[in-house]
Each structure stands twice: as C-alpha cells, then as structure tokens.
Design a protein around this ligand. Structure first.
Ligand code: TPP
Length: 278
C-alpha cells in the first residue's frame, strides 16, 4: 500500500540526513566504505525508522528486533543511524575509526550499543542471523531478525551454506535483504564472478524472492511487509540499488567503494545530495 505523503517525506528526509552524515564522517575519519554505505541507506532507514521494534534507550531489550549488517564494511552508515536514533551520543562519531574510539570501521557489538553482531568478515553475518532466528523460535520469542548482505558478499561460499539451511529449517522469522548495487570491491559483480540469474538461484534454494527498487520507499516498505508475512518459506529481498547513491560523482563508480574526502570533494558531495533532494 502506498505510503501517505507525510510518511514518505519523513523517510526521504531522514535518508538524506543520514547520507549527509555519512559524507561528513568519511571526511573526518580519513576514509570509509562510502559507496556501499550510501547504497544501503534507504533500506536501513525503512527498517530502523519504520519497521523494527527497538528502544534506543534500552539497547539490550530482550524482545527487540535484531539487525545484522552482514556487509559489515557498511558500518559507517550503520553507526550514523544508531547515533541518530540515540543509542549513543552522536558527537562521539567525530572519533569514528580513530585510535581509542569505540568505533572501528567494522562495528564491534561489545563496544557500540545497538549492534547485534560484530561483522566485517564477509559471509558470516548471515549464518549468525539464522542462528539468532532459530534461537528465538526455540524460545518461543516473537522478535524478528533482519539481515543485510552485499551482492559482492554473495560471492563468499558460506552465504550459500546459509541460503541452503534457512529453507530447510523453515526460518521464516527472519527477513533477508541483498543490497544489489552490482559492484563489489573492484568492479562489476558480473565480471568478477557472475551472480546472475540471482533470483533463480535463491528460488532454487527454496526462498521466496522479492525484487524491488532499493531507493523507492513505497516499494521497500511493501517488500518488507511481504517478506515478513511469508510463513512457508524464508523471504529474501533483492533490492536494486546504486552504489554511491545520492552523490552524483560517486554513483556506479567502483573508485568510491572505499575512499577519503578532502574539503573540495566533501563540499561537492554535500551539494550533490542537496540538489538531489526532492
Ligand atoms: C571474507 C572477506 N573477504 C574480503 C573482504 C574485503 N572486502 C571488503 S568489502 C568487499 C566487497 C564487498 O562487496 P559488496 O558486498 O557488494 O559491498 P558493497 O558494494 O555493498 O559495499 C570485500 C571483498 C572482507 N571484508 N571479508
């Protein structure tokens, strides 16, 4: 169902603000995985500001929904969201990835409130999420697990072991999202190790597959609702996204997978985000 105009505006504005903060932190910390952080933003905003049952003042709340960023290098974007929600003092993000700071490039669940699993070694967050979801079911708990994978991450073998396990164990209290921005660390996923036909692969493993535009909040919200309602098979959302989304000179360019910003590029990036805002 289409979001009402006020809700759509709220989510879009939040996403723009999160992207601006990602740009600013990438500048202050000297370099970060900015391309993938920008591609995942709308999906994360929908989850954290609309769907997830969480209380930032009680990060350990037993019945909270869980979120695992299996593409842990997007931690800069996750940290911005958590700081904005009030899990910790946002000002501390100025120290992101600096010596002595709680924030490493990949977030540590023992140091950063709101992080449900330490990730960064690609291919592992997915199996952690499945274990959490099975654990919740065994304990009769109603909370849900959300997990986000990068498409380049799908080139890692353990992903497919997990993809095989979830339908076998009917893990339907978990929603999986793939940030399908078509780029991995050093080029196109299709040139480096092809994933297509991706939908057919997930289906063959027993998943319900929902394909959508990962920058369209109406599609994202409908897709998450559909995935959450799937009771016979686990659901995966393949969200078509743009690496570097919102910053014109970064979009679809592998060079911005990991990069630093100087005064000129930061201002250009902020200007581009401002221009693109509707
Ligand atoms: C096991 C493992 N191998 C290699 C890396 C290095 N690495 C960091 S990001 C990345 C590419 C990931 O691509 P993708 O999942 O598509 O991320 P996105 O484009 O969304 O940033 C790689 C290979 C890693 N973090 N973990």
């Amino acid at each position: 169902m289409a979001l009402d105009a006020a809700e759509l505006k709220r989510l879009k504005q939040k996403a723009r603000q999160i992207r601006e903060e990602i740009v600013k932190i990438t500048y202050t910390c000297g370099g970060a995985h900015i391309g993938g952080a920008l591609s995942q933003t709308d999906l994360m905003v929908a989850l954290y500001y609309k769907f997830m049952n969480i209380d930032p003042k009680k990060p350990e709340l037993a019945n909270r929904d869980r979120f695992i960023l299996s593409k842990g290098h997007g931690g800069v974007g996750h940290a911005v969201v958590l700081g904005d929600l009030g899990y910790f003092d946002k000002e501390t993000l100025k120290e992101f990835n600096k010596t002595g700071s709680p924030f490493g490039m990949h977030l540590d669940c023992l140091k950063v409130p709101g992080v449900d699993a330490s990730t960064g070694s690609l291919g592992h967050g997915f199996s952690i999420a499945i274990g959490m979801a099975i654990g919740a079911r065994l304990q009769g708990k109603k909370w849900r697990t959300y997990v986000m994978l990068g498409d380049g991450e799908l080139q890692a073998g353990p992903v497919w072991e997990s993809a095989m396990a979830a339908p076998h164990f009917k893990v339907t209290n978990m929603t999986t999202i793939v940030d399908r921005n078509m780029l991995c660390i050093d080029g196109s996923t299709e040139e480096i190790m092809a994933l297509e036909p991706l939908k057919a692969k997930w289906e063959a493993f027993g998943w319900k597959v929902i394909e959508l535009d990962g920058h369209d909040f109406n599609e994202i919200c409908d897709g998450i609702e559909l995935a959450n309602a799937s009771k016979d098979q686990p659901a995966v959302i393949i969200a078509k996204t743009v690496k570097g989304k919102g910053v014109d000179f970064m979009e679809c360019d592998k060079k911005w997978h990991y990069a630093g910003l100087d005064d000129v590029t930061m201002n250009k990036a902020l200007e581009s985000l401002k221009k693109g805002a509707k």
